[in-house]
Design a protein around this ligand. Sequence first.
Ligand SMILES: *[C@@H]1O[C@H](CO)[C@@H](O)[C@H](O)[C@H]1NC(C)=O
Length: 264
Amino acid sequence: MAACATGLQPDSAVVVVGSCMTDLVSLTSHLPRIGETVHGHKFFIGFGGKGANQCVQAARLGAKTSIVCKVGKDSFGSDYIENLKQNDISTEFMYQTKDASTGAASIIVNNEGQNIIVIVAGANLLLNSDDLRKAADIISRAKVIICQLEISPATSLEALTMARKSGVKTLFNPAPATADLDAQFYTVSDIFCCNESEAEILTGLTISSPAAAGKAGLVLTERGCKMVIITLGAEGCVFVSAKEPGPKHVPTQKVIKPVDTTLP
Ligand SMILES: *[C@@H]1O[C@H](CO)[C@@H](O)[C@H](O)[C@H]1NC(C)=O
């Protein structure tokens, strides 16, 4: 791809406005009770957060990507910036703040794979309108913008609205979902992509089959998005397009040997 006439970097095809979280993971034989100290057998630090994860995935699929996000002015924040650079993501609009710590998830996992998790969103919640304004150029020249809900919902909504005004395709992933999602999210989303439990929270319907997911997809489409995708794990996904009649089920292949993608 040729750089544009100004000699600046070529535009990013995919811009993610979203979260970064440092995962602090301890593996132990049993989870501690209140007041109890247990010895774990392994500890590792991982780079997580729904926004950054989606951005890294897009970069690994070959897209030129930028992230707009906020971390703390701390070692976790600086390490996170380095990590995204190593993943070929533009970090020009990755901000560091002294006012909060980098988002962190403290995770304890026992031998059965059960876990307890505390998430502190920290700096993620401080990403604001001013930050978006500074990044307005890359947002308006992107092909696709992707947002989730691990930053302040008002910031996500504003980013999607900015993109929509510039004719950029908007992809919204309402994760983690809340039943009281602002209705404007539907009307600014070209693609509204959620999983089955999120679709249940948003519609109040029970999703126990692809057919039921199709019904939920129709309900969500009627709220104003151009397309709804509901992911269904082993059942693949269902999508509903506002332009075409009826939900479509896309099955997936059976995974012979599943791996835990959260372990290094
Ligand atoms: C759906 O996404 C939520 C995050 O919003 C996650 O906690 C949950 O485990 C996911 N559910 C399924 C069935 O994948």
